[in-house]
Ligand binder design. Structure first.
Ligand code: G3I
Length: 384
């Protein structure tokens, strides 16, 4: 009697377990596929590089968990900060190569496509550059900086972001120290300098908000003018610091088509998607904006502990749609790089408002793959 009762109980339990498994497999009406690929770079290897910007701890191999994600999932690297002018040449002709050498070695050891970021950028520049008023003097420093870096990493850095963020939102040239002191021709000059020191490296122009019509137009003009004046330019880097709904897929597609028409490859170089409220109407990554008055404001930091499921799904859908579009234009795109590895260290936790908890990447704070990661990994691939 007791024995029969137990058997019935076990049968009932196994029915319940089977039911749970079926529900899990068909949750939301979608069959949960187990992806065949083991990593992001493997998944897209026939089409474009997939990578991440890495920080100093990752370069110095101090963050084992991130490092294993990097080695498994990416085949291209960008240096989040260590190659910027203020760190690499803080004083005239005093260069610090410890970190950048290690960065490049990390890429070489793992057979990765190595990006140099960035030779000429008005931000994170050494202080001494900001006080130079004479064009000959500034040109000497620019030449010294470019020739020293490009020669040191000749044959190792595959792509240089030669100029970063030279445009205003309306598409005109930004009044940077380079424009002010050297004049418009500085653009053509620096691309020619970079080519002179490593003619086989790919040379890129990199900027944010390049899916906004006016800025896109400005970038097209800039690239056309470089081409007309005989400067080498291989690719355009659309930074891709995006939001859940903006820019629209249509605007992204328009940019892919417009830039590739110029004969340059399109790269998405700093991809991340903020899920937090924006303190201003514009998008993008203008680093000088300051929103101190919002610090500690709970409205502006709505998910300090966890991202609700509904938001996780929104983020996953956004990433899925973006990668579908990338696959649609796979022959025009050469690289997709995330700006960071896990949410834990994303610059978006501190920008544009310090001390928030953002969730912009594919790996969470516990180094686990997010729903967005699985959506991308489960995408159907083109037949060719
Ligand atoms: O080096 C100092 C360190 O000495 C100090 O102790 C520490 C305290 O906060 O700050 C360190 O400097 C930080 C620097 O990153 C290096 O870690 C700055 O505060 C911080 O503002 C800076 O942020 C970087 C930002 O560029 C600066 O503009 C972000 O990490 C980096 O992700 C971001 O990257 C840029 C791309 O290069 C170009 N496109 C936009 C993108 C996002 O702004």
């Amino acid at each position: 009697m007791i024995f029969n009762y137990r058997i019935n109980k076990v049968k009932k339990l196994s029915k319940i377990i089977t039911l749970i498994i079926i529900i899990c497999l068909f949750s939301n009406g979608n069959f949960i596929k187990v992806s065949k690929n083991s990593s992001l770079s493997e998944k897209f290897k026939n089409y474009f590089f997939v990578g991440a910007a890495i920080n100093k701890d990752q370069i110095l191999q101090k963050d084992e968990k991130s490092n294993s994600i990097i080695k498994q999932n990416f085949n291209t690297l960008s240096p989040e900060n260590v190659m910027k002018w203020m760190f690499i040449q803080p004083k005239p002709n005093i260069f610090y190569f410890d970190d950048s050498d290690k960065y490049v070695q990390f890429g070489l050891d793992n057979n990765m496509h190595i990006v140099g970021h960035a030779l000429i950028w008005h931000s994170q520049i050494a202080d001494f550059m900001n006080s130079i008023k004479d064009s000959t003097e500034m040109m000497q420093h620019v030449n010294n900086h470019i020739s020293t870096l490009v020669n040191r990493y000749k044959g190792k850095v595959d792509t240089w972001d030669v100029v970063n963020e030279a445009l205003n939102e309306d598409g005109t040239l930004r009044e940077s120290i380079f424009l002010k002191v050297l004049g418009e021709n500085y653009l053509e000059t620096v691309y020619k300098m970079a080519e002179k020191h490593d003619s086989s490296a790919d040379l890129a122009y990199n900027d944010y908000n390049l899916c906004e019509p006016k800025k896109r137009k400005g970038a097209i003009k800039l690239i056309e003018s470089l081409q007309k004046n005989g400067a080498k330019i291989n690719s355009v880097g659309i930074q891709a610091h995006w939001q859940l709904t903006s820019p629209s897929l249509e605007e992204i597609e328009t940019s892919i088509l417009a830039f590739s028409k110029l004969g340059v490859k399109v790269m998405f170089t700093e991809l991340d998607i903020s899920v937090l409220p924006s303190p201003w109407d514009e998008n993008g990554a203008e680093v000088s904006q300051n929103f101190k008055n919002f610090e500690g404001d709970k409205k502006m930091n709505p998910f300090p502990k966890n991202l609700p499921n509904s938001m996780k799904t929104k983020l996953a859908e956004r990433y899925e749609n973006i990668f579908k579009l990338f696959l649609k234009h796979k022959e025009k795109i050469s690289r997709v790089t995330f700006w960071g590895v896990t949410d834990k260290f994303s610059w978006l936790n501190d920008w544009p408002i310090k001390g928030r908890t953002n969730y912009p990447l594919l790996f969470d704070r516990n180094y686990k793959e997010k729903k967005a990661y699985h959506r991308i990994m489960n995408l159907n691939m083109p037949n060719n």
